[in-house]
Design a binder for this molecule. Structure first.
Ligand SMILES: [Zn+2]
Length: 271
């Protein structure tokens, strides 16, 4: 592994631009659950286990219609948790790195807003699954709005929200602007605008012939969106991937190296 770390350091040093791609493993060292498998999810939410719901079952927009108290217990608890969470030192290491380079962008499947909280520019982040810090309506096309004013109190013994946020336009139940499973109502406007900025970043890298390194942190194989983005971009822009992952670290050696460590330890090793 020391050879992989050496190679990663060298590629990061040589790069003009950095593309950070992050999955759930990025939050683990800040103390966030990664919902790995049903057991990981139920460990974080024992009451949901007793209700018999899996993560996929819970992360479904149907609950906002059929049981908004349950839906908002789940999302309200996560909103409170992510608000309280302090991003770990790995975010600082990445910030120092991108400040020393001419260009960067972040691609994340995390809805927790931790990159913004760590001080990265909102303009430099693509949240492919949306953000818990933004709201939309379950029924009308009200423009996406900030969740800053939303405060949810939860009775954890029965796992029920004590209050339900309502849409400011139609007063029906509001929901987080997060892409859920089987979600045909997700408002992708904000995410699409971020995606346009990501495309502009890639074009700039290409036009200015910048040497690009991709640092991928904690992106699993179960929902491989982030891994695909790393690999696709590596092929598209002839970039090198540093894949930091304690379990799913395999990568074609022609495009990158795997660092068999958790997020923070991996970032400390390569930066
Ligand atoms: Zn509405």
């Amino acid at each position: 592994m020391s050879r992989a770390i050496e190679k990663a350091r060298q590629k990061i040093k040589e790069a003009d631009a950095v593309f950070i791609t992050a999955g759930a493993g990025m939050g683990v060292d800040s103390g966030l659950p990664d919902f790995r498998g049903d057991e990981g999810f139920w460990k974080a939410y024992p009451v949901i286990e007793s209700l018999g719901h899996s993560f996929v079952d819970m992360a479904n927009p149907k609950w906002f219609d059929t049981n908004p108290k349950l839906a908002w217990a789940f999302y309200g608890h996560r909103l409170n948790l992510y608000r309280e969470t302090v991003p770990h030192e790995g975010f600082e290491l990445l910030k120092a790195l991108v400040e020393a380079k001419s260009n960067y962008f972040i691609f994340t499947s995390n809805v927790d807003g931790q990159f913004q909280k760590a001080g990265f520019s909102e303009e430099k982040i693509y949240e492919c699954h949306g953000s818990i810090h933004h709201m939309q309506c379950t029924c009308c096309p009200v423009a996406i709005y900030s969740a800053n004013e939303v405060e949810i109190e939860i009775d954890m013994t029965v796992f029920e929200a004590q209050n339900i946020p309502l849409c400011p336009q139609c007063e029906e139940v509001a929901r987080p602007n997060i892409l859920m499973f089987g979600d045909w109502e997700w408002d992708a406007t904000r995410s699409n605008a971020q995606s346009v900025r990501l495309d502009a970043f890639k074009e700039e890298v290409q036009e200015k012939k910048q040497k690009l390194v991709i640092i991928e942190i904690g992106a699993g194989t179960h929902i491989p969106t982030v891994r695909y983005e790393s690999e696709y971009t590596a092929a598209e822009l002839n970039a090198f991937v540093v894949r930091i992952n304690p379990r799913d670290y395999e990568i074609d050696e022609r495009i990158g190296v795997g660092i068999t460590l958790g997020g923070l330890a991996g970032l400390r090793a390569v930066l």
